[in-house]
Design a protein around this ligand. Structure first.
Ligand code: PMV
Length: 312
């Protein structure tokens, strides 16, 4: 058993197919250059989890770090007496639609396996992280966890799993966080109600979303950015109909569109969280400037990015 283990895992943006992916459609997801870093070390006293000023005993049922505790309890079983501290540090906010809970669960699962001297089998880490995600989301598709684990650009479907898409050139996207955290579980339930009320229409929209995802994939690999932007805008219209967009996100998209971009949409569960924007190379600066006045924070990320990484 090593005395300390540090790993990091990236957040993600969903390019297309969020929500529909829960119901079996295809989704395209990419890791971003904002990461969650987890260190596990031996300490005196009882085992605990810490992130900034927030600390909680692994055995405490205080509502703090709920998903992380599920992962740790599963892997540590009766080894709580190991006297360890799990330190979490994230470069992006929780609840921002950028996959912070999945990145944290992946990093904690990987760090714990390393700490205990177990192998770094990606499927074991995936299963552990999914246990944590189920605690938070209820019915996650697994798209966030795969993006954090594998990195890069992935074509994902619940049945077929994740397929890595090689990219010849990197893609620049702007990510803007509204500052409004939201609850993915509630939004997934809201979409399920929509499906119940409009079953046939939902099914055709879900199929259309899969075709849209394939269109986005083809636009990225061929470097056709205007076409990619048009698909992102169409995806936003579909998400709007599902009821997961809101006035805050629409305003942010408006601000970006006025600066002359190829396209923009919400990313992740919606209801707050973040939007992604495909800028023209010459407008990226002005979009970032305009958005920084209207949102909590905005940054440029390039795709692809590395997935789970084992630090020294
Ligand atoms: O929680 P978020 O914002 O990362 O969204 C996850 C994407 C959903 O499709 C809404 C849920 C899922 O598990 O696929």
């Amino acid at each position: 058993m090593s005395k300390t283990a540090t790993v990091s895992a990236p957040g993600k943006i969903i390019l297309t197919g969020e929500h529909f992916v829960v119901h079996g459609a295809y989704s395209l997801v990419a890791a971003i250059d904002k990461r969650v870093t987890v260190t596990i070390r031996e300490v005196r006293g009882s085992s605990r989890i810490s992130s900034g000023n927030v600390v909680s005993a692994i055995t405490a049922n205080d509502g703090k770090f709920a998903a992380v505790k599920v992962v740790l309890r599963k892997i540590l079983e009766k080894k709580h007496e190991e006297n360890l501290e799990v330190m979490i540090s994230s470069a992006f906010p929780a609840g921002s639609g950028l996959g912070s809970s999945a990145a944290t669960c992946v990093a904690v699962a990987a760090a714990a396996r390393k700490f205990l001297g177990l192998n770094s089998d990606p499927r074991s880490i995936f299963e552990l992280a999914m246990e944590g995600e189920r605690q938070v989301h209820g019915n996650p598709s697994g798209v966030d966890v795969e993006a954090s684990l594998q990195g890069g650009l992935l074509l994902f479907n619940k049945k077929t799993g994740a397929k890595s898409v090689p990219l010849e050139r990197s893609l620049q996207m702007i990510v803007a966080y509204s500052g409004k955290a939201r609850n993915t579980k509630q939004l997934i339930t809201k979409v399920s109600m929509k499906k119940r009320n409009f079953p046939y229409f939902f099914e055709s929209l879900s199929n259309a979303s899969s075709f849209l995802t394939l269109g986005v994939l083809e636009s990225i690999t061929s470097g056709d950015l205007p076409r990619l932007g048009a698909f992102l805008n169409l995806s936003q219209t579909m998400l709007n109909w599902l009821g997961v967009s809101n006035i805050t996100l629409e305003r942010m998209i408006d601000v970006a569109m006025k600066e002359d971009v190829f396209g923009a949409k919400l990313t992740g569960a919606g209801g707050g969280g973040s939007v992604i924007i495909l800028p023209k190379p010459e407008t990226a600066e002005s979009v970032l400037k305009a958005l920084s006045k209207k949102c909590a924070y905005a940054f440029l990320t390039s795709i692809p990015q590395q997935g789970l990484s084992w630090e020294q």
